[in-house]
Design a protein around this ligand. Sequence first.
Ligand SMILES: Nc1ncnc2c1ncn2[C@@H]1O[C@H](COP(=O)(O)OP(=O)(O)OP(=O)(O)O)[C@@H](O)[C@H]1O
Ligand SMILES: [Mg+2]
Length: 337
Amino acid sequence: MIAIHNSPSGFHTRWENYCLQNNITYKTVNCYDSDIVSQLADCKALMWHHHQGNPCDLNIAKPILFALEHAGIKVFPDFHTNWHFDDKVGQKYLLEAINAPLVPTYVFVDKQKAIDWTKSTDFPKVFKLRGGAGSQNVKLAHTETEARKLIHQAFGRGFSNYDKWGSIRERYRKWRLGKTTTFGLLKGFIRLGISPPFAKVMGRESGYVYFQDFIPGNDHDIRVVVIGDKAFAIKRMVRKNDFRASGGGNIMYNKELFDISTLKLSFELSEKLKTQCVAFDFVFEEGTPLLVEISYGFSPAGYEACPGYWDKSLAWHNGRFNPYGWMVDEIVKTQIG
Ligand SMILES: Nc1ncnc2c1ncn2[C@@H]1O[C@H](COP(=O)(O)OP(=O)(O)OP(=O)(O)O)[C@@H](O)[C@H]1O
Ligand SMILES: [Mg+2]
């Protein structure tokens, strides 16, 4: 039997519906219960779409999933899929180690080394925190002076995982476009005084600094999601007067928007990474795809309009599909014992 974490968010209800429709035995469990391990006594697998913005998940999802996998229980996401989730620092080393075409990325844990580097490199560079989604913790360091300021802060008081002024700017942008309510905008102001729970749990980011070469001329990024031997893709347009696409909300889906060589590369990388599910974010330098980051999780709403998917032979399958069912199938297929 499969256990599914009991939550209305993310993939969970979609997994349950797929199990119901296909007579796959499952039970729901609450992974926040202290006795979760004994609740799983009659199960061979656990599926949990943990999220970087959920304070409970942040504290215990990876430890629980890794512990169970260590003990021989099948889990989604498994270690290869999960350990680098929401950790762009970890991803840098992983993607370099498998020779992925990562945008040149620089991580310093030594302040002086970081400062020396600013003297010998060119600008702008992209500055990121290791965690965060929707472009929240991504910005440009236009000059050496700006980069130095960021380095001083990184090795001083650090950064909150919640950028309150950036969030207000983004809420205002969405409000003007009619993409959020006035209450949504007001919430940004409330959050000036009260940090969101996830940011409290994560604490401040300090003691490291992360920069990436800025790849100019991209009015979009391409996200390819590979689940086993199937893949689908979306094209995310950058915000007006900005270089950042993710979280902007302007997504395109036509099959013709995606280069088959980017799909092929994604299948190859997914195989090297041994992941159950992985989203690759690409920007392009003179037509060549360069990886920006990877993630096992995504928001289902952004993918519902995908008109079809590719299989590993790069053949296109037209029509609606259920990627959440693919995840369940993978777990059912490989259940241990
Ligand atoms: N090195 C880069 N050069 C040019 N553009 C970049 C670069 N890195 C990121 N971007 C742009 O900024 C956006 C956000 O970057 P990134 O994907 O690293 O952040 P994120 O907040 O983790 O996003 P996600 O929601 O996809 O997890 C990307 O969608 C891309 O448009
Ligand atoms: Mg991204």
